[in-house]
Design a protein around this ligand. Structure first.
Ligand SMILES: [Zn+2]
Length: 305
């Protein structure tokens, strides 16, 4: 029988009314008291800082316009252990008493006692920024090949790929040669991400789960490590293929921004210069499109208007 336990959230000072900011897909959130003390829910400090670089979550507002809520966590035990398997975050509007189920957070580690005993953690500075880049590009296959050629032979980086191996259909993560890379992007593999780095890295440090269908990598490995990530393109219907490049030249160490190496700073600057020289930046400072792909994007955008 799965046991449930509900806990009404309050701070050490007894505050029970909070402004609520949640990043629901990632199971993290921030509670702010009336005297502007901030608390992160559960065990999310590193994750929180990573996620807010892309945008600070909005305050929850009730339909009645009130911004303050009582917060309750409903803990569900895992089958046949004392550990918690799921935590449901609920809010009650302090004005109209409307109850909402906000998000469910799955917990897969052990022990979990701390999550029950200390469900929220004081956070002195919830808004810390570090130097972070997200570049987007509409590219043709040839643009992608030029980019990869520069990564291999211009910047001389090590290239790793996380991909679906055909025909076994298993997820692989391995260091790849230029020839293999071209094969992956053009022939019969589906890839998830490419990773570029000056050093060699221990695959084992980056792998989260290794199972029958291959490996899953940890989230956001490019944030802490000196890695540039290129994601498999997103198909934007009618607009073409949109690629994302991510890297950051700082990382957070217990909430403090620290610089990555000078070498990594230099490499990412060189990459930026090369992108600016070879692509079109009409869509914005962080957008580097191929000429043809950009024209296709514009044609589609003008036809939609
Ligand atoms: Zn309300």
């Amino acid at each position: 029988m799965k046991q449930k336990l509900t806990k009404n959230i309050s701070t050490q000072n007894g505050a029970t009314e909070f402004q609520v900011r949640l990043i629901k897909n990632n199971g993290v959130g921030l509670l702010t008291t009336k005297d502007e003390q901030n608390y992160l829910i559960l065990d999310s400090i590193d994750h929180w800082y990573d996620l807010i670089q892309e945008g600070y979550p909005k305050k929850k507002k009730c339909a009645c316009k009130n911004e303050y809520f009582f917060v309750h966590f409903v803990y569900t035990q895992r089958e046949s252990t004392d550990d918690i398997g799921e935590i449901l975050v609920e809010t009650t509007c302090t004005n109209c008493r409307k109850i909402s189920e906000e998000m469910s957070v799955g917990i897969d580690y052990s022990p979990t006692k701390e999550l029950v005993e200390n469900p929220i953690r004081f956070c002195k500075k919830p808004r810390i920024r570090y130097r972070f880049k997200e570049l987007t590009s509409y590219w043709s296959v040839n643009n992608l090949k030029d980019f990869l050629q520069f990564i291999f032979f211009g910047l001389k980086l090590n290239v790793y790929c996380w991909f679906w191996k055909h025909p076994e259909n298993t997820r692989r993560f391995e260091k790849v040669s230029f020839e293999k890379t071209i094969q992956i992007i053009t022939v019969n593999h589906k890839y998830l991400n490419f990773y570029f780095s000056t050093g060699e890295f221990e695959a084992a440090h980056l792998i989260d789960i290794a199972g029958e269908n291959g490996v899953y990598l940890k989230d956001g490995i490019w944030r802490k490590n000196e890695i540039i990530q290129l994601s498999a393109p997103t198909v934007m219907l009618g607009y073409g293929l949109l690629y994302y490049i991510n890297y950051c030249t700082q990382y957070l160490d217990k909430g403090n921004p620290k610089d990555k190496s000078d070498q990594f700073e230099k490499i990412t600057n060189q990459l930026h210069v090369w992108l600016r020289e070879n692509f079109i930046t009409e869509r914005g400072a962080n957008c580097f499109d191929g000429k043809e792909a950009y024209e296709k994007f514009m044609a589609k955008r003008n036809s939609v208007k």
